[in-house]
Design a protein around this ligand. Structure first.
Ligand SMILES: [Zn+2]
Length: 425
């Protein structure tokens, strides 16, 4: 009862919390996953002041005067989770031509709903790698201003691509003209696009390097951006302090992207031994969405996914999981990225069990979604671990996630920036 009252108080103040609230919260639990050390520790006590962690000690350590207390009893504490590949402004039940029934700004509203679901699921930071109309920037601004709840967003804005490629709108006849601010066809044009999207809020550059599954007319493995073009993109993005995330299924596209020095390979379905060698040499990460195949094949036809896309998914789904296992075994650095929006946002944690099924230990899968993701984002100062200086972004689960990673599918407590988002029942 006492715990419930304390939590209710934390919730109330949490709803009004902003970056300027001066407030101290002390969180205690039975266990904590120290993702940096890769081990479980007992009786943690985490002190958060003004949204940032100031101390990580043990139950019984001194508590600052006037601090709010949140005791999670027998539960296990983890850092807030990070999904490196989502599309918050997408709804998988509105696939293919069904999207045309809605006005352009409708998708920002979809993003508002999905942002809340994602945060409630324990994902306190996401990289949004592709949306239209700068709606991910609008969503980020709304969340950061406290209008709506949601995770911290690293927006890519538009995913850049070539004419006729995965990120072009290839499902229309020539007489229907759709504005394509994200399409270019030479190294210099791509440089200009990188500068433009940064100007309007992009914090990471997403590039569609090869064909894709959900685009209607391209072949999933075929390269669509030349080595000269991706080199120009990487040079420009890195000069501007942005990382480059590359959508690539086919090995030629993956390998040229890695030769150009990109930071993350998304999907990586048909990566080969040369891809693994290049990734290890350059330090690039693989960010492979190995859960969503189940959803696409089960629900796609009902959701309006193009028959061509379902056929492509059947070609690469299993192969991608086999590649995932081989890449991990070869020592390629792996991230947690799910392509949320291709399946319903908020179900992100369903991928943890797949990652364990296909070769990772539970702690490796958790690190992919926390400490490793923070490194790949260049954000080790503020997200991805329970350490002094980082945001008070916390998740708790009932059981031991190192014994059963599916515990992460049902977080019983979520905190973002020291404010309680989900309180334990
Ligand atoms: Zn995607």
């Amino acid at each position: 009862m006492k715990t419930a009252m304390i939590l209710a108080a934390a919730l109330l103040s949490g709803t009004a919390a902003t970056a300027t609230d001066a407030k101290t919260v002390v969180v205690t639990a039975a266990h904590m996953i120290d993702v940096v050390a890769g081990k479980r520790v007992d009786d943690p006590q985490v002190t958060i002041v003004d949204g940032r962690i100031t101390a990580v000690g043990r139950k019984g350590d001194a508590v600052p005067a006037g601090a709010e207390r949140v005791d999670l009893g027998g539960r296990t504490l983890l850092p807030g989770l990070i999904d490196m590949h989502v599309h918050l402004t997408s709804d998988p039940t509105l696939s293919g031509y069904r999207q045309l029934e809605f006005t352009d700004s409708f998708w920002t509203v979809v993003g508002v709903a999905n942002a809340r679901r994602t945060l409630d699921a324990g994902f306190t930071t996401v990289r949004n790698v592709g949306s239209s109309n700068y709606d991910d920037v609008a969503l980020k601004q709304g969340i950061d201003r406290g209008y709506v709840p949601g995770p911290r967003i690293v927006p890519a804005t538009y995913a850049l691509g070539a004419t006729g490629g995965h990120c072009d709108a290839t499902e229309f006849p020539p007489s229907i003209s759709v504005p394509h601010p994200q399409i270019a066809n030479s190294p210099d044009e791509f440089r200009g696009l990188v500068r433009t999207i940064r100007k309007y809020g992009a914090e990471v550059v997403k590039v569609c390097m090869t064909g894709g599954v959900l685009s209607k007319t391209d072949s999933v493995g075929a390269q669509q951006i030349s080595l000269a073009e991706i080199k120009a993109i990487v040079e420009e993005a890195h000069m501007l302090g942005m990382k480059v995330a590359v959508h690539a299924h086919g090995s030629e596209g993956i390998n040229d992207a890695l030769r150009a020095g990109v930071d993350t390979i998304e999907h990586a379905s048909l990566a080969d031994a040369e891809s693994f060698r290049l990734a290890k040499a350059s330090g690039a990460w693989f960010d492979m969405d190995i859960y969503d195949d189940d959803y696409i094949l089960a629900e796609g036809a009902k959701n309006g996914v193009f028959p061509e896309s379902l056929e492509k998914e059947r070609q690469v789904g299993l192969k991608q999981r086999q590649t995932y296992r081989a890449a991990h075994a070869a020592g390629v650095k792996m991230l947690f990225g799910t392509d949320g929006g291709v399946y319903p946002n908020g179900n992100n944690a369903l991928q943890f069990a797949k990652m364990v099924e296909w070769g990772m230990t539970p702690i490796e899968a958790i690190q992919a979604a926390t400490s490793s993701a923070a490194v790949a984002l260049g954000r080790t100062v503020d997200v991805g671990a329970i350490q002094p200086g980082r945001f008070g972004d916390l998740v708790a689960v009932d059981g031991d996630p190192l014994a059963d990673v599916r515990q992460l599918e049902h977080p019983v407590f979520v905190m973002k920036g020291g404010a309680v988002v989900v309180a334990p029942k």
